[in-house]
Each structure stands twice: as structure tokens, then as C-alpha cells.
Design a protein around this ligand. Sequence first.
Ligand code: SRM
Length: 572
Amino acid sequence: MDTPLSPVEDIKTASRLLRGSIEASLAEPLTGAMHEDDTHLIKFHGIYQQDDRGLRNERRQQRLEPAYQFMIRARIPGGLCTPARWLAMDAIARTYANHTLRLTTRQTFQFHGILKRALKPAIAAINAALSDTLAACGDVNRNVMCTTLARPRAIRAEVEELARELSERLLPKTGAYHEIWLDRKKILSTEQETEPMYGATYLPRKFKIAVAVPPDNDVDVFSQDLGFVAILENARIVGFNVTVGGGLGMSHGEFATFPRVADVLGFCTPTEVLKVATAVLITQRDFGDRTNRKHARLKYTIETLGLDRFTEEVTARAGFSLAPARGFQFTHTGDRSGWQEDGNGLAHYTLFVDSGRIDDQPERRALTALREIATRELAQFHLTANQNVVLANVPAAARSEVTEILTRHGVAEGTVTPLRQLALACVGFPTCGLAMAESERYLSDFVTKIQVLLANHGLQDEPIVVRITGYPNGCARPYLAEIGLVGKAPGRYNLYLGAAFDGSRLNAPYRESLNEGKILAVLAPLFSRYAQERTAEERFGNFLVRSGIVPAIQTGPAFAAAAQSLGAMRGG
Ligand code: SRM
């Protein structure tokens, strides 16, 4: 008997190209929630239904429904934001959301705490700022990322444009978004309207693309379903190596699920990129597993088909073969800190944003500072894949003004160490429905404690990559961290160690369900050994592998096997 399709496939099929009963859900006054099926469909429109988890017990005791609210995610290819768009986003955060802007690990904004009745005006305001939220979530291609500080400037402009083109080309074509959120009239009848590339059931699962420009792997290109690594000759892009099958989500204790770093498939010219992207996407559309959402990402399709067969299918759809991959090297991950000159009289300042949350605290008024910079049009705003913002294209004459504004509002960096600069955490409590442990609200304290341990060994300025997620999804890409913590239960984390600094190798499962004291106790002697035994310039993750403290994990199945044997040791 055939395995039944996952229930979400039926919801998509019945949705009339993503319409479902969203309009009726919005009009329903007796609940702050959407109808169950619509909660799946609104993701394609860039919206998640959530509730404040901190209030769940209290509301249950009062026999009230959960404190339903919504998260909206914008689509901003390459993270590009003009001052005008920044001001619009700032106003949306303060008018409809919880007075914070959340920068994400995919170069865009999230707004939290939006009530159902505010969804339409908030989305209309995002569109009025020449942005949208279409396909920011859901089983489609998501926000396309690109390296933030690619140099020279012509390269940056080229990859920005490519991110935008990829995002536009792979957008759903349904009119549902514009009808529901922007009150546009339906132009085509249901019979006439089609979804030419995706088909009526879209993809089996989410799909993610990034464009990286070596030597920077700030977008973690190997974690993406599809990646384009720019190959430069004489400071010009001559083409791209194509990477496929990265992905980080997994479930604790389910060893058929695993994070996976991408394979390098070959090389294509700039004019072939859109064809390659379409061919990879529709191969995944045709072969991805629609029966089990935990086995539906491209990484599993490739594991199931094998890379050779997968390549044949992509070639057949593209109509040409990729050339052999070219050599490239990443030597830098994360964002460049502080001011960067670009030789054309303009400078770019990377503003560190703790866990991506921009708000106003009594001592640090980041929201106000950035609003002032935008109002005076002193910079462009480039969101990074590491939850920071680059104040870009600042003329020499305006640098001191930018610095003065940041300093006056308590936002100037000063003491941010490389460890803190590189650290990432996902959102977690109270909004993420999947969180098992604190992440965003814990990161800063945890980094401070690690910083103290490192200082004991003179390592306080080491750029070690620490990432925390409250759940094994991989939202802050923890399996590509030299030290990764993944929530297991409140106050308890699995510890993963030894990813490559350049993002090309996964870390290894090291210990399970540790509390903070145990994590620090495990790390202290490793820092001591690192200080004494490392070779010149050796990164912490590479040291752990070379010393045999953890194995080098290159494949998803190897990661799952290591997790399984760790679990068995614990059980035994
Ligand atoms: Fe994520 C689900 C937040 C980047 C893998 N992610 C979620 C949800 C929507 C929880 C949910 O399904 O209800 C989280 C919303 C929390 C909240 O309250 O805001 C959430 N993910 C985030 C963000 C905001 C993390 C951050 O702190 O910046 C990132 C938003 C990205 C964006 O702007 O589009 C975010 N998520 C990622 C990444 C990193 C990346 O894309 O480079 C990953 C790992 C890469 C990958 O996709 O494999 C990631 N998120 C997941 C998964 C696991 C997918 C899987 O294949 O198993 C889920 C759960 C799911 O899809 O079922 C998830």
C-alpha cells in the first residue's frame, strides 16, 4: 500500500493556491487564532501563528484561550534596506508589533506580537515600503541571502542583484497574497490561475538559497539547500560553483534525521544561474518526499537518490551539464566587525546586535539610534546573515556623525569581543512554539561565562564560534558552530563540538542534556588544552578534531551515527 501523503499536502491541495479560508479566519471575531488549516497556509504569506508561552498557564487557569499573536517575516533578498524602508519597518514594529525589530539569520526582519486584527495593516505597511512577506516562510523558496561585505563594490552590487533575481524568479505566482492582504481584485478565475513552476502543492518542504563570495562564508553556504559560490578572476565574477543539499534541521533521538553540509555539484556561468536554480528546485519538487515532513528536505532527496542520479535529473531539467567545480577557499565566517573602508571614499560599519534584537533599553537605545541615522539618511542598512546590520555606504564626512549618534544612544561597540560578535542564538521563548530551552534570552549570559573561562587561559580574544538554539531545528545554525548548544529541556542542552571555522564541516555530538555548570566544567579543560597544544593560527574546532577529542563529521549519516552512539552510551 502506498504511504499516505503528509496532512499538509492535503491542505495545500485544497487551498486554491494558498487561499484556504484565510479571509474567513481573519474576519472571525470570537478568537484571536486562525482556523487550523489556515495556520499552515499563512506561512506561505510570511506569517506564523504563535502564542505567548509565558502566559500559557495563567490563561489556562483563567479558562482563556492562549494569548494568540502572530509573527510576520519580511522578504528582503540580500538584506538590502534603504533608509526609507528602515523607517517604515521601525514604524511597523512600534505600531503593530512588540516595539522590537528582530534581525534573523536569513538577512531579514521579523515582527513579533502582532494581533490578528493588525495583520492586514502591518502587511500593507510592509508592502508600502516596497517590500513584502510573500514566501518568507512555507514550502517554497525562502529569502535569498548573499554575502554582505563582498569586495570590491562591483561584486557586492552583482551578488545583491543576483539574490534579488533568484528571489523574484522563484516566487509563487498565485494572486492569493495580493487579494487577501492588499485587497486586490481577483483577475483570473480559479480554473485559469496556475502555479507554473511549483504546481498546486508547491514544494514538499522549505527551500533555501545563498550566494557566497569567498573568502567570506558569512552566509554559511554549506547549510543551504542550494548555494552559489562566486568564482572571481581579476576581481570579476566569472561564474559560480553550485552547492546542493545542505540543511540543518533534525529531531532529538530520531536518527533518520540529521544536519548535512552541501555537496559541490559543479560550476556554472552567471547567465546559467537562474536556469540551474530552477532545475534544482523542480527536481526537489518532483522527487522530494511528500509523505513525511521530517524527510522532505532536499538533503534527504539527495541521500535517497544519490548525488549522481540527482545530478542527472538536474541536468535533464536545466538542459545542460555543469562544468567541473573550480577551486575556492573560505577563510572568514561571521561578519566583519567595526568600520571597513572600500577604497571609494565610502565606509561600512557593522553594528553588533545582540541576538538580532533591536529595541530600546534604558542604557542602549538601538531602535532610536538607527531611526535617527535613517532619518538623516546617513547610511544604507544591510542586514547580515548573522543577525547584525551593516550601516553601509557612509561617506567619509558622515562617519563621525554616525559614531556620535551610536555613542549618544549607548550603542557603540567598544568592548564586543570576537566571541560575542560571532555568537548566535535563535529566538526561542516566549514566542517560538517549538522551543525546549532558552536561547536568545540566554546567549549573552552564556557568552560572558565562556569569556571568563577563555580569559583564564589568555584566550579572551579568540574568535570561537558559539551558537545556541532552543530546539534541534538549527535556526542559528548550531551544527556549524565550534561550540553548539541545542536545547533539550529547560536549562538543559546537548553539546556539539568541533565544526570547521569556515562552515564546511559539521560539529560532533559530544554530551547530552547538560546544565550550565556541567557545560562549563566540560569546556574548561578543553580550553586549557587548546591554549597549550594548539598550532599557530589553529582554530578551536580544528584543534578538537586534530587532537582526537571529537571525530571529523563530514556527512549527515555520520552525524546521526555519532548521536546514536552517544545516546546508547548514556542509556548504557
Ligand atoms: Fe528556523 C522553524 C525562527 C532560520 C531551521 N524557525 C522556525 C520557527 C518558525 C518555529 C516554528 O516552526 O513554529 C521559528 C520562529 C521563532 C520565532 O518566534 O520567531 C524559527 N529560523 C528562525 C529564525 C528567526 C532564527 C533567528 O533567530 O534568526 C530564522 C529566520 C530565518 C528567515 O529569516 O527566514 C531561522 N531556521 C533557520 C535556519 C538557518 C538558515 O536558514 O540559514 C535553519 C537551519 C537551516 C535549514 O533550514 O536547514 C532553520 N526553522 C528551521 C526548522 C527545521 C527545518 C528542517 O529541515 O527540519 C524549523 C522547523 C520546521 O520547519 O518544521 C524552523
